[in-house]
Write a protein that binds this ligand. Structure first.
Ligand SMILES: C[S@@+](CC[C@H](N)C(=O)[O-])C[C@H]1O[C@@H](n2cnc3c(N)ncnc32)[C@H](O)[C@@H]1O
Length: 376
């Protein structure tokens, strides 16, 4: 029989010979769960955190319900799925009601694991068997402890190809602990965060440095975008200090978009929140100011390509004269890339760790004319 996973792709995520769409932990989850999946009634298998669709497609089950935090993962699954009968859903009761088998890739964030495991315990069928797999090098005993708070029994599988699966049974539904809400005296804002959102309800040092200078960023901007908004601190602060501006917050993570939506609601702020891959759904030349605290991790690897792709998006959506204000770890030295991708870039401020730059778009589409590059 041919292997249905052999042809899976990571697209639209980065693709390279050393980057895989399916790993040994996907295959181990599928093998450990095979008998339960085969015995499950149609529509009672759910999947959480599938990277590129291996668990959903490899399960071979009909009517699988799937939650993926990452929009990249959701698009990859759609691209890989062919005519497969499955549904992508948010992390809610509809995803899990009546589920008797749940397959999961363990997330990196312990808070995210806590939120996901709590959701399974609360909403799945009491008979549910929960298979959570990962690479041994990324697994910690704290993960067993978190599952142990939500289930009566947690048993590890034997390891295979440096992967392992935790099998949990006997859900113990508890009060929803997520999203967390905290009032920040410093910001004068409520911050709301689902598990796994960057910095949780805290206030990252890079974000703080960027925020400290934002009053000077294109003061008359009518359209402002917080790109990669996380819990929405930057967008919320801008919406409050510039009541006349239209502010949009975007992020590709479900947890981030849901958190930012809740942050705006908690502070009674009028911000449009969009779950988007970069600025894919945003029109060209439609913003005067983009603020960005870019990610620099892809999985566990540092990846400057992530930030570069977001700079390119910002360049495309900025109107001529509009600016991208970004903060980054100074050692990453993004300035030449910003200069090339967006336009003339100046340093606004720096501290021992972070640098804030402002890059002005000089042409529609952001790509600098060759004469402008020569003249710099
Ligand atoms: C360093 S965090 C910054 C969060 C928030 N702006 C802050 O300062 O607290 C970067 C954010 O970018 C988001 N992100 C990563 N890749 C993205 C992409 N391709 N499109 C949109 N958002 C992305 C991540 O989900 C994360 O929330």
């Amino acid at each position: 029989m041919s292997d249905p996973l052999a042809t899976l792709r990571r697209f639209p995520d980065a693709e390279a010979p050393n980057l895989v769409a399916v790993d040994a932990s996907d295959r181990l989850v599928l093998d450990e769960a095979r008998a339960d999946v085969a015995a499950a009634a149609p529509g009672t298998v759910a999947v959480i955190g599938d990277n590129y669709g291996a668990l959903t497609i490899g399960s071979g089950a009909a009517g699988v319900r799937v939650f993926q935090d990452s929009l990249v993962g959701e698009l990859a699954l759609a691209n890989n799925a062919g005519g497969l009968d499955y549904r992508s859903l948010p992390l809610d009761e509809e995803l899990l009601a009546g589920a008797t088998v749940v397959l999961m890739q363990l997330p990196k964030s312990l808070d995210q694991l806590d939120e996901w495991a709590g959701a399974v315990a609360r909403w799945a069928d009491p008979s549910v068997v929960f298979y959570a797999g990962g690479r041994v090098k990324h697994m910690t005993l704290e993960m067993n402890a978190i599952l142990g708070r939500h289930f009566d029994s947690v048993a590890p599988s034997l390891a295979r190809q440096k992967s392992r699966v935790l099998v949990a049974r006997g859900p113990r539904p508890a009060e929803e602990a997520f999203p967390r809400r905290e009032y920040s005296e410093e910001l004068g804002l409520w911050v709301v965060a689902h598990g796994g959102v960057f910095a949780g309800t805290r206030f990252d040092l890079g974000t703080r440095l960027l925020l400290s200078v934002l009053d000077d960023a294109v003061p008359d901007a009518a359209d402002i975008v917080d790109l990669g908004c996380g819990s929405g601190i930057l967008a919320a602060s801008l919406a409050r200090s510039r009541p006349g501006a239209r502010v949009t917050a975007t992020d590709q993570s479900w947890a981030a978009a849901a958190s930012a939506t809740a942050t705006m609601l908690a502070n009674d702020l009028d911000v449009t929140v969009v779950r988007d891959l970069g600025l894919a759904t945003r029109a060209d030349a439609s913003a005067d100011l983009v603020v960005l605290n870019p990610p620099f991790h892809s999985g566990s690897a540092v990846d400057s390509g992530l930030a570069r792709a977001l700079f390119e998006d910002a360049a495309r959506v900025l109107r001529p004269g509009g600016e991208l204000w970004t903060v980054f770890n100074s050692h990453l030295g993004y300035r030449p890339t910003l200069q090339r991708t967006v336009g003339p870039t100046r340093e606004v401020t720096r501290n021992p760790k972070f640098t804030v730059t402002a890059s002005r778009s000089t042409t529609a589409g952001g790509t600098m004319a060759i004469d402008e590059i020569r003249g710099m």
